[in-house]
Every structure is written in C-alpha cells, then in structure tokens.
Design a protein around this ligand. Structure first.
Ligand code: MG
Length: 160
C-alpha cells in the first residue's frame, strides 16, 4: 500500500505530466500555424507521450492501493515567436521535469517505499534520453539558417 504522502505527490506529478502534454500540444498548434508541419508533428507525438506518462503513474498508484486523481491543470502559453524559442523551452522544461522526478525518488526513499523507487527509476532513465534528445534538437534549431530549419522540420516530421 502506498503512503498518503507519496500518493499525493504522485497525483501532483499526474497533473504536471498533463500540463506538459498540454504545453507540447499548444506548441504543436503554434508551429502548425507558422507552417512548420514537421515540428508540429514531433510536438504532437511528444504531447501524447506525456499524457501516457500521466496514465502510467495513475495505473501504478491504483495498483498500489492508492487513489489516482486528476486535479486542476493550469493554462499553458499559446504563443511563441519562433521554432528556436519553442525548442529552447522544450529543453528547459524537460530539465525541470527531471528535477521533479528526482524529488519524487527522494520522497519514495524517505517513505521507505522500494517499489515506488523502482517504478520511478524507469522515469529517471527516460528523462536522461528526453534531455539529450531535446538538447540536441534545441541546439540544431538555434544554429539553423532558414533553409536548414526547413530540413530539420522535414526530419522531425518523420517521428512516428
Ligand atoms: Mg513526462
């Protein structure tokens, strides 16, 4: 059985993952509006992945006899000036998410909940990949000329 404290913290992470999902969907709409269909595709896939994280956490809480809850999710921004601004924020946001996961691992350790620590290590490992991927995209977009930006857009359009 999961502790109430950890249950509440994981419910907070469910809301944070949903906020991330909305953030990337909003970015996707913005990029689509600016004619970058490939960036929009990548962000839409990223948004779906974040929603899946929320569901994975909820399923885990339920399995441990806790009560998963969807609480209020704050509004996300709707405008970005450029792909550079978008992907810089994506990278910064992923770094923030990594910190949140680290804090949850620490709490699970304090609560002496080995199963939850084990569950969260999967997210820790995934965040390493998320940070590396989004840092690389953000650096490429930052350095790109207008023509190179269109090539990157078409490359990210292939994300399945
Ligand atoms: Mg996530």
């Amino acid at each position: 059985m999961i502790s109430e404290k950890l249950n509440a913290a994981l419910n907070g992470q469910i809301a944070a993952e949903m906020w991330s999902s909305n953030l990337y969907l909003s970015m996707s709409f913005c990029m689509q509006g600016a004619g970058y269909d490939g960036f929009a595709n990548w962000l839409k896939k990223q948004s779906a992945e974040e929603l899946d994280h929320a569901i994975q956490i909820a399923d885990y809480v339920a399995k441990r006899g806790g009560k998963p809850q969807v609480s209020k999710v704050d509004a996300v921004p709707v405008e970005w000036a450029s792909p550079k601004e978008v992907f810089n924020q994506v990278y910064e946001h992923e770094c923030k998410v990594s910190q949140m996961i680290n804090d949850l691992v620490r709490l699970a350790s304090e609560e002496r909940d080995n199963a939850t620590q084990d569950f969260l290590w999967g997210f820790v490992r995934e965040q390493v990949e998320e940070e590396a991927t989004t840092m690389s995209i953000s650096e490429k977009v930052a350095k790109a000329s207008d023509a190179a930006l269109l090539i990157l857009d078409s490359q990210l359009g292939t994300r399945a």
